[in-house]
Each structure stands twice: as structure tokens, then as C-alpha cells.
Ligand binder design. Structure first.
Ligand code: PLP
Length: 426
């Protein structure tokens, strides 16, 4: 059985239009990396840029580099490279801070838009103030934590409601100010219908914020066509920007004139180097900047993004769907689905680029896989998560990974004490 799967995989790899892209990455030998949805690997270009930034720019040109190497313009430059991946215009995206921090800014910006709409209503037609923020149950915790913090400290009385992913549209009403959703669920890989939900929310006057952490760089979306208001995304997953790489913010141009975000730091000022006392927000996306950009990290992300210049997002998405489909086929063929029920959608059109399986010993299974050179990850309490980054994962990698997983499950090697030790980061 496994031999015929390898044969199929060889065929699929031979016809894969992205097969050469793997050469741009530096991957450890004898390792299959199924964790690019958590931390992407380094590219040759990114490594070289890291050397340049430290050993030439910082070491030799020191502070002159802000101008000479355009350190000051990196947030816009990186934003402009990310823009085509999400169907945005270059001046609608800026790289800065983390998703968590950026969500805080965007929640405020969205609430400020609602407040100005409320104030602008004529007295006799005035609707009540919108007081609800809605998000999905099972959203990545930081999204909810940030909204909880905002609700606790905001001047206006607000509530945060968690609603089931299959009942989002039904839960909306004229009392909702902001809908904040993650497009692809970090655990299950379930992908929401971004265009439809945005349209339905807009019909009720709701401002929508999308978290694109598990979308950007692996699933093509169209913020312009879908009329998206705001979005955030991650630099260290499918964009391969390195650990702690800056995140990004997207804001539709139609909102730029009225952007209000609360972290009014000097880098978001219209003239940071005028050193005036009063804050005056910079134009457009510049207003989302706060403090000094993390130049080294941002330079690495800038170089890592070049891998996307030679691929189409359609090819990337096609392969992403094929990889998850082929992996499920292999897992089924090895008879593993009874021990490892799959909690990701069966239909690849509503599935991101990952598969999640549950098992009471999921953590130990993951450790045993890593020990055999297949890096996956674990999400509490019982999820084994396999991520498929189409730029460097091959179909033969999939068969090998399933072979390893199958051996571990059948021989129960995960029961070994060494695999039970819980590390700080899982
Ligand atoms: C959906 C989602 N949102 C947010 C985050 C965290 O983002 P950050 O660490 O940039 O705040 C993650 C991290 O994995 C995530 O999966």
C-alpha cells in the first residue's frame, strides 16, 4: 500500500509547478517540516539579509542606515510586498508590532468609526449606540483576550460575545459594532466565507476585522473585491519572516481619512522628527505605527517575502488543497482515522492548509514524530496539528510523514517516558 502511495507522490511532485521553490529555503537535512503554520523556515535570501543588516548596515553605517538603507521606510516597503497576497493596494498595508497589538488598534479604530456614524445620525432617526463586539467561539485566544481588555477599559459600555462558527451571520444585529473573526481557525483549519460574512455584516452597518494569521501566504484572498474594512496578519508563519517577525495591518483606503487608533506613538506622527508636543497622526497607514520598528526583524521579513514574487497564489492554494487532500488519503489508507479522528473539514474548499487530529496522547505522538524527523505541533488539550506549506512541502514528504505516524500509532511508541515530558512551548 505504502509503495503505491509513494508512486503517486512521485508523480504529483514531478508535475508540481512549485517544486523548484523549495531550493530557496534552508531546511535541515532529514527533517520534514509540517509546522510552517507556526514558524516558517529561513530562506537563503533572509539569511543573507540578516548578515547584511548586522554586519554592514548596523556595524559599518550605524545610524546613517535609517536614511542610507531606508530603515525608516521598511514598514511601508514590507506592507507593499504583503499587499498583493491579500488583494490590497500597496498603501493599504503596513508592517508593525504583533497581531495582538494591532488588533487593539483596529478594535479602537472600528469603534471610533461607529461612534462618528452614531453622532452623525439625525436626532429623530437615531438608532441606539451599538454595544456588541462579536467573535467566534474557539478563536485564537489572543484575539479574545485583546477584546476582553478593551471591553474592560473602554469608556463606553461594551460586551464581547462569542458565537459558533456556523452561526455567525445569524447572530448579527443592529446592536453589533464590530465583528472580529479569524479567517482560518488555528486549531481545526475551518475556513470562514470571508466575502459572504463581510457582505452580510456590512448590510447591518457592522465594521469587520479579519485575522489572517493562517491565511496570508497560503490562501489567496481579495480584500479589495470583498470590501474588507480591516485585517491583521502574521509575519512569522507562512511569510517566513522568522521568530517574532512583525505582523501587518490592512485598512481599506476608504477608512484612511478617519483612522483613529489609541497607541499614538511618535512613529505614527505626521512629522516624527519635528519633535512637537502635540500628536498629529500621520497620513493613511502611517497612523498605525507606534514606536521604533524592529529593523533587523523587519529586514529579514522583507527579504523572506521575495519568495512570493515568482509564484502565483493560485498555484500555492491549489497545492495547499492537494497536500491536505493527499495527506488525508494516506492516513485513511493506513487505517489511522479510527485512532486519530480528523477534526478538520472534509471539504477542502472550507479547509485552510492544515489538518488536525485528536488523540488523548496527541502531545506524546507529536514528540515521537519530531524524534523521527517529522515536525508537527500540538494544541491543547488533545490536538495533533499538521501544517502544509506548499512552497517547501512535497507529496513524498507527506507519505513519509504518514508512514512515521503510522509506525508510532501501531507500535504505541508515544507511551515512552521521554515523549511525555511537557516543554514550556508546545
Ligand atoms: C489566529 C492567530 N491570531 C493571533 C496569533 C498571535 O499573534 P501575535 O503573536 O502576533 O500577537 C496567532 C498565533 O499563532 C494566531 O494563530
Amino acid at each position: 500500500m505504502i509503495a503505491s502511495l509513494y508512486q503517486q507522490a512521485e508523480q504529483l511532485d514531478a508535475h508540481d509547478p512549485l517544486r523548484e521553490v523549495k531550493g530557496q529555503f534552508v531546511l535541515p537535512e532529514n527533517m520534514i517540516y509540517l509546522d510552517g503554520n507556526s514558524l516558517g523556515p529561513v530562506t537563503h535570501a533572509a539569511k543573507q539579509r540578516a548578515h547584511e543588516v548586522v554586519e554592514q548596515q548596523w556595524q559599518l553605517d550605524l545610524i546613517k542606515s535609517w536614511n542610507q538603507h531606508n530603515w525608516i521606510g521598511l514598514p511601508q516597503q514590507v506592507g507593499a510586498k504583503i499587499a498583493p497576497l491579500i488583494g490590497a493596494h500597496p498603501d493599504e498595508v503596513i508592517a508593525c508590532d504583533s497581531i495582538s497589538v494591532n488588533l487593539y488598534k483596529l478594535l479602537h479604530a472600528a469603534l471610533a468609526i461607529q461612534e462618528s456614524r452614531y453622532v452623525a445620525q439625525s436626532e429623530h432617526l437615531k438608532l441606539a449606540r451599538r454595544t456588541r463586539i462579536v467573535t467566534q467561539t474557539g478563536n485564537f485566544p489572543t484575539d479574545g483576550y485583546i477584546a476582553q481588555g478593551l471591553v474592560a477599559h473602554h469608556a463606553q459600555d461594551l460586551t464581547l460575545d462569542y458565537v459558533a462558527e456556523d452561526a455567525i451571520v445569524e447572530s448579527l444585529g443592529l446592536d453589533v459594532a464590530v465583528l472580529m473573526l479569524t479567517h482560518v481557525n488555528y486549531k481545526t483549519g475551518y475556513m470562514l466565507d470571508m466575502a459572504y460574512i463581510t457582505e452580510q455584516a456590512h448590510a447591518l452597518g457592522i465594521v469587520v476585522i479579519w485575522d489572517l494569521a493562517h491565511t496570508t501566504g497560503v490562501i489567496p484572498i481579495d480584500c479589495t473585491l470583498w470590501n474588507v474594512d480591516f485585517a491583521v496578519g502574521c509575519g512569522y508563519k507562512y511569510l517566513n519572516g522568522g521568530p517574532g517577525a512583525p505582523a501587518f495591518v490592512y485598512a481599506a483606503a476608504r477608512h484612511h481619512a478617519q483612522l483613529k487608533q489609541p497607541l499614538s506613538g511618535w512613529m505614527g506622527h505626521a512629522q516624527p522628527f519635528a519633535f512637537t508636543q502635540e500628536y498629529v497622526a500621520g497620513k493613511g497607514m502611517l497612523a498605525f505605527l507606534c514606536g521604533t520598528p524592529a529593523v533587523i526583524s523587519m529586514s529579514i521579513l522583507d527579504a523572506a517575502l521575495d519568495v512570493f514574487s515568482a509564484v502565483t497564489m493560485e498555484d500555492v492554494r491549489y497545492k495547499s488543497a492537494q497536500l491536505t487532500r493527499f495527506c488525508l488519503l494516506c492516513i485513511e489508507a493506513q487505517g489511522l482515522l479510527t485512532d486519530l479522528p480528523c477534526i478538520s473539514p472534509k471539504d477542502s474548499s472550507v479547509r485552510g492548509s492544515q489538518l488536525a487530529f485528536t488523540h488523548p496522547q496527541a502531545y506524546a505522538i507529536c514528540q515521537a514524530m519530531i524524534d523521527k524527523g517529522v515536525v508537527a505541533d500540538f494544541r491543547a488539550p488533545d490536538v495533533l496539528r499538521l501544517g502544509f506549506a506548499p512552497l517547501y512541502v512535497s507529496y513524498q514528504d507527506i507519505v513519509r510523514s504518514v508512514e512515521v505516524l503510522s509506525d508510532i500509532i501501531h507500535a504505541q511508541t508515544y507511551l515512552d517516558d521521554a515523549f511525555q515530558i511537557q516543554h514550556a512551548v508546545t
